[in-house]
Write a protein that binds this ligand. Sequence first.
Ligand SMILES: [Ca+2]
Ligand SMILES: [Ca+2]
Length: 327
Amino acid sequence: MRKSRIFSAGVLLVLATVSAVWAWDTWHKEDDVAVPSAARDAVPPPATDAQRIGRMVYIEGGTFRMGNDFSADADARPAHDVFVDPFYIDEHEVTNRQFARFVDGTNYCTTAEQRGWSLVFDRQQQWVKRPGADWRHPWGPGTSLDGRDDYPVVHVSWHDAVAYARWSHKQLPTEAQWEYAARSGLRDADYPWGRDELTASLAAGGTGGRYQANYYQHGKDPAADGFDRLAPVKSYPASPTGLYDVSGNACEWCADGYDADYYRSSPMQNPPGPSQQQARVHRGGSYLSPQHRSFDHHVYVRAHRSPEETTSHVSFRCVRPMKAKFP
Ligand SMILES: [Ca+2]
Ligand SMILES: [Ca+2]
C-alpha cells in the first residue's frame, strides 16, 4: 500500500516536472522574438542545438551615448544616454552557408523568391528590378552561389531575417544593441575603429595601413580596398570588440521600426524601437556607400526601408540577449 502511494506520488512528480519544463520552454521560445503573423506561420519548430550556428561575441551591458549631435542626419539627434542589457552578437553578417542551413532544414521560401524579383545594383550603377534575382541568384538567372558560401546572404527581406533569427534561437538586434556593439566602447566614435577616416588612416599608415572596411571607391580603381562588390565576411580587420564588417560590406537589418523623431522620446533602458512604424531600420552602410562620403558608415547613422524590400546589398546579423537586471 505504502509502495503504491510512493509510486503514485513519483509519477505525479514526474508529470508535474515535465509539464513545468514544457510550459517554461514554450513560454521562453514564444517570448524569444516578436515576429509578424506571416513570418510566424512560416517558421519551423524550434531549432535543435545543431542549428544554433555561428560564433557570437559577448557584449557586456552598460550605458552609452547613442546618436550624435553633430551628425548631418537629423534623425541621429539628439544624442542621449541609453542602457542596454548584456547580449551576444554574431561576429559577422549571416552568410550564404548559414542561410542555406536554415532553408535546407525548413524549406523556407524568401520574399524575393515568392515575388519573383529583387533589386540589383547593376554595372551601369543603377538599381533595376531583376526577375529571378534572389539569395541563391544574387545577380539574377544564370548566377549562383558557387564560391560564395562565406559571402553575406543578400536579397533577404526583414521578414526573412526575422524568420532566420527565430529558427536559430536568436533575434535581430535593436538599433541600440547594434550601435552599442558597433561603437566598441569608444566614446565619440564615428566608426567601429574610432574616429580615423578610412583614407586618413591609410595615408598616415595608421591602423596597419590597411583598409578597414569594404566601401565604394570612385575613380580608376573601383576595388582599391580589394572588392568592387560584396566581400566574403571577415575580409577586413575586426573591430576592437571582435566584430567584422560592422561598417560597410552589407547593410544590416535591425529589429526596430523607423521613426525619425524616436530619439526625442525613446526610453533609456533597452529602447525597443517604435511600435507603429512600418519601415524598418538598417545600419552600417555597404560596399555601395562611397568612401568619400563615409558618412553612411558612421556608427550612429540610421537608414530604413520597407520590410518587404530586398536588394543586393542588405543582409543582417543576429543577437541573443541575456537576462540581466537594470543596475
Ligand atoms: Ca569596395
Ligand atoms: Ca555590414
